[in-house]
Design a protein around this ligand. Structure first.
Ligand code: ZN
Length: 171
């Protein structure tokens, strides 16, 4: 297991459509393990394979219980409601913008051995599902915002919500 280098906004890797994963082999397992290590080290809420330079449809996301979910070839199958809140990205470090997302999202994906399963998330997890799956099609959250939030706006938002600033991760 290893920490991989995170690709930053401006690199054209982040604009490409990723190919489906077809081999559920050791190479995939190593990639997922490394992505989990990299996510943990960066204190993020989610990470997509293109963010470590691999153009395959695989993401890791913190679920509602803060466990790391591995989603291979994921698709959104159901959404409900709406939420608007600050969103960040490990490929756009230190910046946040307000993005509207569904409040509840269910995804269908394969695990590291190729078994299909469904997972559901609300709030931040639902947001992370949407954010990470967009990476697989070459999109960044910044496409949804008019401008980045100022530090003051961000702090004010979290105070209003009663959150501890240290809990918020980037995706
Ligand atoms: Zn991101």
């Amino acid at each position: 297991m290893a920490i991989r280098k995170i690709v930053l906004q401006g690199d054209e890797i982040l604009t490409k459509v990723c190919k489906p994963v077809t081999k559920f082999d050791q190479k995939l397992h190593d990639l997922l393990d490394d992505m989990k290590d990299t996510l943990e080290q960066a204190n993020g809420a989610g990470l997509a394979a293109p963010q470590v330079g691999i153009l395959r449809r695989a993401v890791v996301v913190l679920d509602d219980d803060e466990a790391v979910l591995e989603l291979v070839n994921p698709e959104i199958v159901f959404t409900e409601g709406e939420q608007c809140g600050p969103e960040g990205c490990l490929s756009v470090p230190g910046k946040y913008g307000m993005v509207t997302r569904p409040n509840r999202v269910r995804v269908r994906a394969q695990d590291r051995s190729g078994q299909w399963f469904e997972a559901e998330g609300v709030g931040l997890t639902a947001r992370a599902f949407c954010h990470e799956l967009e990476h697989l099609d070459g999109h960044l959250y910044v496409e949804h915002i008019d401008r980045f939030l100022t530090e003051e706006e961000l702090v004010a938002y979290y105070r209003e919500q009663g959150y501890d600033m240290d809990e918020e991760g980037e995706e």
